[in-house]
Ligand binder design. Structure first.
Ligand SMILES: NC(=O)c1ccc[n+]([C@@H]2O[C@H](COP(=O)([O-])OP(=O)(O)OC[C@H]3O[C@@H](n4cnc5c(N)ncnc54)[C@H](O)[C@@H]3O)[C@@H](O)[C@H]2O)c1
Length: 341
């Protein structure tokens, strides 16, 4: 059996806790993965003097794939976000965040099954901010036709491969006429000119789109957004199905892919051992399926399926962490999943 070398970045705050629970489940499930631990975020700043060491980037470039815990970015200080940097430096242009109801996790909504696809490399997260004069600052929103077209193409292609029916582009092109105007135009062009007539294409101005989302998230299928809107909407959508503890994610580029939960380092619960490891575990399941798709290793798909069944059973049987109304801590939930593999 082939063993796949994966860079593991435990991250900050709850990161090491959920990473350790996740790798334990993967190991018990027999996932053919070999970990290479590297650091990013505050953990790297403390040990290596920078938030995103070259060594970490090189390790991902060499092995192609990483599983990453959340990294803290100090607010209002001189650091650009580790996550934004990582996505840009490795050109991980597509963020994919599936949002689905889970068995045993009742919420206000039923039947939610949507995927947020976010352009991950530009927009307002260009990080170009200037102080013009005292009390006047600017933040530059950068959009390129190239990035807007490739994310649209990626989203329609993804929709088709996954048997999905509709891509909804959310935007603010009524105000951001050039940037968002180009984003929706590129999506329109890809849809019209690249043979995607089997997929429905819809456009919604994002404020009204948010209202429609909270009224009935089940009418949505694939959402396509630029960087900032995608960031905000991912957390909003997490709220439909149980919160940030259950939303996985992947950052995918042409050459590399980094899998990570949508949630952050959760400083309010860090160090207490109570975080839900499910979002990172689900991200690891996405990683295994990605390996199966791109490296044709079906054993990874089998392991992914067994882990998914095990956590679904655990949840259905009331084995849940506190964020989902249960009583288990991080490690106890991992053990409950392992017991059902
Ligand atoms: N991909 C990333 O590395 C990433 C993503 C988002 C935020 N961040 C960083 O994380 C830090 C904290 O950000 P924040 O507080 O806005 O968001 P957060 O996602 O860390 O936390 C928001 C809320 O959700 C809860 N929560 C999050 N994950 C959970 C889990 N697995 N189990 C149970 N509860 C969970 C937290 O306790 C908190 O109440 C910031 O420095 C931010 O920059 C990093």
């Amino acid at each position: 059996m082939t063993t796949h070398q994966i860079v593991l970045i435990p991250g900050d705050g709850i990161g090491p806790e959920v990473a350790s629970a996740t790798t334990r489940v993967l190991e018990e499930a027999g996932a053919p993965l070999e970990w290479f631990e590297q650091h990013a975020g505050v953990a790297a700043l403390e040990s290596q003097g920078e938030v995103l060491p070259v060594q970490t980037l090189d390790a991902i470039r060499e092995r192609g794939l990483a599983l990453k815990g959340p990294c803290t970015t100090p607010v209002g200080k001189g650091f650009t976000s580790v996550n934004v940097q990582l996505r840009k430096r490795l050109d991980l242009y597509a963020a994919v965040r599936p949002v689905r109801n889970l068995p045993g996790v009742p919420t206000r909504y039923e039947g939610v099954d949507l995927v947020v696809i976010r352009e991950n490399t530009e927009g307002l997260y260009s990080g170009i901010e200037n102080e013009i004069t005292d009390g006047v600052v600017t933040s530059l929103k950068v959009a390129t036709e190239k990035a807007s077209t490739r994310i649209a193409r990626w989203a329609f292609q993804y929709a088709r491969e996954r048997g999905r029916k509709k891509v909804t582009v959310m935007h603010k092109a009524n105000i951001m006429k050039l940037t968002d105007g180009m984003f929706i135009r590129c999506a329109r062009d890809v849809h019209a000119n690249e043979g995607f007539d089997d997929i429905e294409h819809e456009e919604l101005i994002i404020d009204a789109g948010c209202m429609k989302l909270v009224q009935d998230p089940t009418r949505f299928d694939v959402l396509l957004l630029e960087n900032l809107y995608g960031d905000v909407l991912s957390d909003l959508c997490a709220g439909f199905v149980g919160g940030l503890g259950v939303i996985p994610g992947a950052n995918i580029g042409g050459e590399y892919a980094v899998f990570e939960a949508v949630h952050g380092s959760a400083p309010d619960i860090a160090g207490k051992g109570v975080a839900n490891p499910l979002a990172l575990l689900m991200s690891a399941v996405m990683l295994l399926n990605h390996i199966a798709d791109t490296r044709r290793d079906e054993s990874c798909r089998d392991v992914a399926g067994r882990i998914r069944e095990a956590y679904n059973r655990a949840l259905s049987e009331g084995q849940k962490t506190r964020d989902l109304g249960g009583a288990l801590d991080t490690e106890a939930f991992a053990s409950a999943v392992i017991a059902r593999l």
